[in-house]
Design a protein around this ligand. Structure first.
Ligand SMILES: Nc1ncnc2c1ncn2[C@@H]1O[C@H](COP(=O)(O)OP(=O)(O)O)[C@@H](O)[C@H]1O
Ligand SMILES: [Mg+2]
Ligand SMILES: [Zn+2]
Length: 90
């Protein structure tokens, strides 16, 4: 199954994710489709701290993602700057 935390493929018998170590859900309520590469990147960058649930939308400067704090379960929005804006002027 694909880890809901970071998108990594794990064997169906795995209890926790190989990559981010988070506990994997019971088989049956797991999406079989691989998550899109963009949200997978955000999940990898934040693995262990936040559970990135879905993309909310995009503005002129950033994509917004709905996420939950890994231990507090508090909802939050993660904004990821568009790539062309995410570097300093030379
Ligand atoms: N607090 C929030 N609640 C719900 N959706 C949000 C929130 N913050 C951002 N978003 C979503 O993320 C998108 C991009 O965030 P936004 O703050 O508008 O970025 P930008 O600076 O690019 O305008 C928004 O259009 C919206 O869909
Ligand atoms: Mg906006
Ligand atoms: Zn994982």
């Amino acid at each position: 199954m694909f880890c809901p935390g970071c998108g990594t493929w794990n064997r169906s018998t795995a209890v926790s994710c190989l990559r981010c170590r988070s506990e994997l859900p019971e088989l049956g309520d797991v999406p079989l489709e691989p998550p899109d590469p963009e949200i997978t990147q955000v999940r990898r960058a934040t693995a262990g701290r936040y559970r990135v649930v879905r993309r909310l939308g995009s503005g002129g400067m950033a994509h917004g993602y709905y996420a939950l704090h890994a231990t507090l379960e508090r909802p939050l929005v993660i904004k990821v700057l568009h790539q062309h804006l995410a570097k300093d002027h030379p």
